[in-house]
Design a protein around this ligand. Structure first.
Ligand code: IMP
Ligand code: MG
Length: 201
């Protein structure tokens, strides 16, 4: 079972975005510890596979999770990247998915693990899974770092979830708002005035 994270009592570590980050939701050490647990579970599950595990990373948000996760695995893996669009600078899902960059390799007959940053409505991921399934992988699973269980409209089977979080817009550890804040090593929330300023409202 995953914990619902709703802690607002951490100090916000100094960062290059001034006072934009209002609160820390998941601190760096908790993220790293949970990523280790997920990597241990996946290493165990695929340890007897005939072929190397193929990690599919959905750009860009999942990159930070992927690189930490992959380095904590004890089994060999390959990494493939895909870019889809479902968000512009807005903070709500449009439900419209477009492939901006496809995988470089065929996944037919392979054990595929999609490494996701966050499941909000789940619309992007359910579309992606249908698409990948059509390519005939031997197995297809998903591990996501974050999930907003109060939001999900699409039902998706997940191998595991890092953290269930409240229905709030979060940034850091790969997640952006208007392409900023990805480099922050923890997951946090923004001051409300950041949205209006960046969106020019
Ligand atoms: P969904 O289709 O609504 O599940 O949205 C999936 C994508 O939206 C994620 O892969 C993220 O890129 C983005 N997203 C959803 N919620 C957040 C958030 O709280 N912060 C930053 N990006 C988010
Ligand atoms: Mg994004």
């Amino acid at each position: 079972m995953t914990k619902l994270y709703d802690h607002k009592d951490y100090n916000v570590p100094a960062n290059r975005y001034g006072d934009d980050v209002e609160a820390v939701l998941i601190p760096e050490d908790a993220l790293q510890a949970r990523v280790q647990e997920l990597a241990d579970m996946v290493s165990e599950k695929y340890k007897d596979s005939e072929q190397d595990l193929m990690l599919v990373c959905v750009l860009k948000g999942a990159v930070f999770f992927l690189t930490d996760f992959a380095r904590k695995l004890t089994i060999p893996c390959e990494m493939e990247f895909m870019a889809v669009s479902s968000y512009g600078n807005s903070t709500t899902s449009s439900g419209v998915v477009r492939i901006l960059k496809d995988l470089d390799k065929e996944i037919e007959g392979r054990d595929v693990l999609v490494v996701e940053d966050i499941i909000d409505s789940g619309l992007t991921l359910s579309w992606l899974l249908k698409n990948l399934k059509g390519r005939g992988p031997k197995s297809l699973e998903v591990v996501t770092l974050l999930r907003k269980p109060e939001v999900q409209t699409a039902k998706i089977d997940l191998l595991d979830v890092g953290f269930d979080i409240p229905n709030e817009f979060v940034v850091g550890y790969g997640l952006d708002f208007a392409e900023r804040y990805r480099d922050i090593p923890y997951v946090g929330t923004l001051h409300p005035n950041v949205y209006s300023e960046l969106l020019g409202l």
